[in-house]
Design a protein around this ligand. Structure first.
Ligand code: PRP
Length: 211
């Protein structure tokens, strides 16, 4: 947990090492993608901890026993583009997860999100929605995305992010106290261009090589 209600921060030596690789400006695209994939796995595994289970009966080669299945549909919703870097890790654990896409980028002058695409599968209202974006800065994009998902009826939303600024966390936790957040780091602050400090630069640009 953190000082923000409903926000948990991963604490693990492998996460601390990989975060440092991601923050380091000398890390190349291959190293960046590999570190992102490792952290994404741990974030996904941790974020899935509260999934409901359904009991059923199974037969081992020896006897009948209790088995378990995930008792909800899982819908992953990446905020494009950078959120795509976290999707595969969730699909590794939940191979039948559906994926909805929300396209938005942050206007470099106003720092406000600009929506350009949305495509959600059925089941958002009943299922477990995992909204994913590696960066939570002002919180404008997450605010927009959560508002949109709620309008579609989503009731169980979990936000998975790699690095969060306190400013963005304050905004989201105050406005959406029912949305739980899992992250690998809460950084110091935003600078005057609304970049996370110390941060890692622009996750999307570094992941996709559009620097
Ligand atoms: C970045 C990031 C978040 C957003 C965070 O996306 O991936 O979506 O900014 O900022 P906010 O909390 O202030 O809204 P960007 O606009 O760089 O687009 P990209 O994913 O296409 O790189």
């Amino acid at each position: 947990m953190s000082t923000f209600k409903n926000v948990s921060v991963l604490e693990h030596p492998v996460v601390a090492r990989d975060l440092s690789i991601l923050r380091d400006q000398s890390t190349d695209i291959v190293g960046f993608r590999k570190a992102m994939a490792r952290i994404a796995n741990i974030l996904a595994y941790s974020a899935l901890k509260e999934l409901p289970l359904r009991e059923h009966s199974i037969n081992t080669p020896i006897t009948e026993t209790k088995g378990y299945a995930i008792d909800t549909e899982v819908i992953v919703v990446p905020i494009l583009r950078a959120g795509l870097s976290l999707v595969d890790a969730i699909i590794e654990f939940i191979p039948d997860a559906k994926v909805g896409h929300l396209g938005m980028y942050r206007d470099e002058t106003t720092h406000e999100p600009v929506d350009y695409y949305s495509n959600l599968p059925d089941g958002v209202a009943e299922g477990q929605v995992l909204l994913v974006d590696p960066m939570l800065a002002t919180g404008g994009s997450a605010d927009d995305a959560i508002g949109f998902l709620k309008k579609q009826g989503a009731q169980n939303i979990r936000f998975i992010s790699l690095i969060c600024a306190p400013e963005g966390l304050k905004r989201i936790t105050e406005k959406y106290p029912d949305v739980s957040i899992i992250t690998a780091a809460i950084d110091e602050k935003l600078n005057d261009q609304a970049f996370i400090v110390p941060g890692l630069g622009d996750a999307g640009d570094r992941y996709f090589g559009t620097l």
